[in-house]
Design a protein around this ligand. Structure first.
Ligand SMILES: Cc1cc2nc3c(=O)[nH]c(=O)nc-3n(C[C@H](O)[C@H](O)[C@H](O)COP(=O)(O)O)c2cc1C
Length: 374
C-alpha cells in the first residue's frame, strides 16, 4: 500500500497547526432556509468533520441577502449568527482538530435574476444594476462585518472570495474600468482587499484568527484576472503575481489558488473526463503562486479529476514544494470521509466526474452527490 507521509503530516497556517494537508474546498449546498443554516447543512458539515480534514472551508456565504447566486444560499449576518455558532460547535464536537474557515462572498453579476439582484461594477448588462461608489463602500463594510461575525461564530478564520467571477473577482480584473476609487488603477482594484484586511485586523479579538483568500489566477475571459489589459483574453499572469505579492506583504495566512469562472470557463475550474488535462494548468498556477507567496501557505485546487491518483499527485506536489495544502472539491461530496478512510486503509468512494453536483447547482436544487448520496 502506498503511504502519503507528507499529505498526512501537520502544517502550520498562521498561528495554528493543521492536522494534515487535506483541504475540503468550499462547495455550495444551496440548502439554507431563508439564508439561515439548515439542519441539512449541519449534517453535511458534521460528516465532513468526521472525515478529519486538515482544513474545511465552509461554502460561499453571502455577506448580503440581496446578492445570492443560489436561491437558498446561506447569508452571514447577525440574524443568522446563532445558526453559524451551532454549525461550528457541532463540527468541533465531531472533530476538534479540523480548522474551519468561512468563505465570504458577494455574488455581484452572478446573483440570480429570479430571486436576487444582479449588480455590476462596470459595463452593466441587461438586468444588472451599476453599483454606485457608496453602494460599494457599503459592500466593503459588510465584508468586514461578516469576518467579525465569523469570528463570533467560532470559525477559525475566513476566506475572502476573490475568485470564479463573483464581485471580489470582478473588482480585481483589468476590465474593471470604473473611474471612481473602486476601479481603474491596480491600487483601486485591490482596495477592497487592502482596506478590509486593515479594518478587520484592527477589530478582531483573536490573534490566531486565519485570514486568506481564494483567487482565479486566470479567468479565461477578455480583461479577466490573469490578462494584461481590459481588451485581451490571452493569459498573462504578471499582474496577478503582483496581487499575490501584495497579499504576502499584507501577511495573509494563505492563498487558495483556483482558476476559471464556473458556467463560463468551467473546464478551467473543474476539469472533467473530457477536459481532464486542465488540471495541469491548476498545478502550474499553484506552483507559480508558491514561488512568490512568501510565508503564505498555498492551497492547490482541482485534484478530484485524478480520482485515486490524486493522492499520488498531492503527495508529489507537496514534496516538490508546489503547494502546502491540497484541496478537493467534488470529492468531498462523493466521500466526505476521504482523509480518514485513506489513513484507515478503507475503501474510498471516488467521484465519478458525472457533473451531477454541478447540474443540481445550476438547477438551483440542493447540492449533493448523485452517485453516492450521503
Ligand atoms: C457543486 C459545486 C459547488 C461549488 N461551490 C464553491 C464555493 O462555494 N466556493 C468556491 O470557491 N468554489 C466552489 N466550487 C468550486 C470547487 O471548490 C472546486 O474549486 C472545483 O470543484 C474544482 O475542484 P475539484 O476538481 O476538486 O472538484 C464549487 C464546485 C461545485 C462543483
Amino acid at each position: 500500500m502506498k503511504t502519503y507521509d507528507t499529505l498526512f503530516s501537520t502544517q502550520t497556517i498562521g498561528k495554528r497547526v493543521a492536522q494534515n494537508r487535506f483541504v475540503a474546498q468550499p462547495m455550495e449546498g444551496n440548502d439554507g432556509i431563508g439564508g439561515a443554516v439548515s439542519p441539512r447543512a449541519i449534517r453535511r458539515y458534521v460528516k465532513l468533520a468526521e472525515g478529519k480534514w486538515g482544513i474545511i472551508v465552509i461554502e460561499a456565504l453571502s455577506i448580503d441577502a440581496e446578492s445570492l447566486a443560489r436561491k437558498d444560499q446561506m447569508v452571514i449576518n447577525r440574524e443568522h449568527l446563532d445558526g453559524f455558532k451551532t454549525l461550528v460547535s457541532e463540527m468541533k464536537k465531531a472533530d476538534p482538530n479540523s480548522i474551519i474557515l468561512f468563505q465570504i462572498t458577494h455574488s455581484g453579476r452572478k446573483s440570480g435574476k429570479a430571486f436576487s439582484h444582479p449588480t455590476a461594477l462596470y459595463e452593466p448588462q441587461e438586468g444588472e444594476h451599476l453599483l454606485t461608489t457608496e453602494e460599494v463602500d457599503e459592500i466593503q463594510r459588510k465584508f468586514v462585518d461578516a469576518v467579525l461575525l465569523a469570528e463570533e461564530a467560532g470559525a477559525d478564520g475566513v476566506d475572502f472570495k476573490l475568485c470564479h467571477g463573483y464581485l471580489g473577482c470582478e473588482m480585481l480584473r483589468p476590465a474593471n474600468i470604473r473611474d471612481d476609487k473602486w476601479g481603474g488603477s491596480f491600487e483601486n482594484r485591490t482596495r477592497l482587499l487592502r482596506e478590509s484586511v486593515e479594518q478587520i485586523r484592527a477589530r478582531l479579538t483573536r490573534d490566531d484568527f486565519i485570514l486568506g483568500s481564494r483567487i482565479s489566477y486566470y479567468e479565461g475571459i477578455r480583461g479577466g484576472c490573469g490578462t494584461a489589459s481590459a481588451d485581451d483574453a490571452v493569459e498573462d499572469l504578471t499582474e496577478m503575481d503582483e496581487v499575490i505579492r501584495l497579499m504576502a506583504s499584507m501577511k495573509l495566512d494563505y492563498l487558495n489558488v483556483s482558476a476559471g469562472i464556473p458556467g463560463l470557463t468551467s473546464e478551467i475550474t473543474r476539469p472533467t473526463n473530457t477536459s481532464k488535462w486542465f488540471y495541469l494548468h491548476q498545478f502550474r498556477y499553484a506552483r507559480r503562486a508558491k514561488a512568490i507567496a512568501g510565508d503564505m501557505k498555498v492551497f492547490g485546487s482541482a485534484y478530484t479529476v485524478l480520482q485515486e491518483e490524486s493522492l499520488v499527485a498531492a503527495e508529489e506536489n507537496l514534496v516538490r514544494g508546489d503547494a502546502d495544502f491540497i484541496g478537493w472539491g467534488r470529492q468531498t461530496l462523493a466521500d466526505p470521509l476521504f482523509p480518514s478512510r485513506v489513513i484507515g486503509g478503507e475503501d474510498v468512494d471516488y467521484c465519478k466526474l458525472c457533473s451531477g453536483c454541478s447540474k443540481l447547482m445550476v438547477k438551483q436544487e440542493q447540492v449533493g452527490c448523485i452517485i453516492f448520496p450521503q
